[in-house]
Design a protein around this ligand. Structure first.
Ligand SMILES: [Fe+2]
Length: 373
């Protein structure tokens, strides 16, 4: 069995929460094709996307009958656990007639799916990104609201390439030179901290000129022209989320020491889900702490970020093609890759633990049409 590039026993973003509803949505997570929908009561469901009888994708031919999915070929119906409950052509239900069901949870504006061993799925393991997604609980127990919007890119590359990209802000100097890039981003010091399931890259650029994107928002927020202290802090939450803090504040006002009030900041949540070994879904969202009620600004920033990510998208697909065309070329690393290297180390150790686990806990499910791992 070839070694996978992703752990299966983990929560991955399968969709934005609003995308899952009363129609059948096809998604592929870590190579596993699923059909997603909500029950009449609003509970999200994920089933293997192939009828037990003939492996026709339920998402293509089927329809919802109440809380059950009915295959469009012979009318077999499956309940939310994937068990076949109606077999129109015969009186007796075959007891083995079922499709796999996957643990699925709504959290932080996303729907998360666990593609691995369902007995190990624990909602408490979902990366805590609530602090990035709109409401931050402050020490005095009040809430601070952040505003923002996001989008999705479907990228034909190994999901780890996308994580490398996010964990390496130095590339902004070249890939995003007309928006968030500046020469100082390619030379800033990279400071890492890490543990078994997360790592954080911290970069401070002191007394620098803000790049175009940040200069425009800094001035629009009412701050006076002049140099800034700039931060880029990327928190990786294994195996596929990066919570990214960035912003600028008037230089010398204490931002590196913790007071970022004299500037503007945003939080970009990045959820990168493997579709297959060489394709991924990249869910991104920018939240900001100034002019929160300005909806127009929300959409303008979203479109700015969409352009920035489209620049990455082109590079990442080019890297995937280069990887295919030059299979003998190993990955060479520079100082700027320290974040990506830690990400890969943490992911590799998750895969090691998963693959060295007893066979019983590695099988996906006791029933259904999704092959065990
Ligand atoms: Fe980028």
């Amino acid at each position: 069995m070839a070694r996978k590039t992703f752990p299966l026993n983990a929560w991955y973003v399968a969709a934005w929460d609003y995308e899952v509803g009363r129609s059948l949505l096809a998604r592929q997570i870590c190579g596993k094709k699923m059909v997603l929908f909500r029950t009449l009561a609003g509970q999200a469901v994920a089933l293997a996307d192939a009828c037990w009888h003939k492996p026709v994708p339920l998402s293509e031919t089927g329809k919802l009958i109440g809380d059950n999915v009915q295959c469009g070929y012979h009318g077999l119906r499956y309940n939310t656990q994937g068990r076949c409950v109606v077999m129109p052509s015969q009186q007796t239900l075959n007891p083995s007639a079922c499709v796999a069901s996957f643990p699925i949870v709504d959290a932080h504006r996303f729907v998360w799916v666990w593609p691995g061993d369902p007995t190990l799925a624990d909602a408490a393991l979902i990366p805590d990104i609530q602090w990035m997604m709109g409401a931050e609980r402050l020490p005095d127990d009040t809430e601070k609201i952040w505003a923002g919007a996001g989008g999705t890119n479907w990228i034909a590359c190994d999901y780890r390439f996308t994580l490398d990209n996010i964990m390496d802000p130095s590339h902004t100097a070249y890939a995003h030179s007309d928006s968030i890039g500046a020469e100082h981003t390619s030379t800033a010091e990279n400071v890492m901290t890490q543990n078994e399931s997360s790592c954080t890259l911290t970069r401070w650029m002191i007394d620098v000129e803000a790049p175009p994107f940040w200069k425009a928002h800094y001035l629009a927020a009412g701050f006076k022209p002049g140099n800034v202290d700039r931060w880029q802090i990327a928190h990786f939450l294994a195996p596929s989320v990066v919570a990214f803090e960035n912003g600028v504040a008037t230089t010398g006002t204490g931002a590196p020491q913790g007071d970022r009030s004299q500037g503007v900041g945003s939080r970009v949540v990045n959820c990168v889900t493997p579709i297959t070994e060489d394709t991924c879904a990249y869910y991104w969202c920018n939240m900001r702490n100034w002019a929160q009620s300005d909806q127009g600004l929300t959409f303008r920033i979203r479109e700015s970020l969409r352009r920035i990510i489209s620049e990455d998208h082109v590079l990442l697909e080019a890297q995937q093609r280069g990887t295919r065309d030059f299979p003998e070329q190993r990955l060479n690393n520079l100082n700027v890759d320290v974040g990506g290297l830690w990400v890969r180390k943490i992911i590799e150790s998750m895969i090691d633990r998963e693959q060295s686990a007893p066979l019983a806990s590695r099988s996906h499910s006791t029933h259904g049409s999704v092959a065990s791992t």
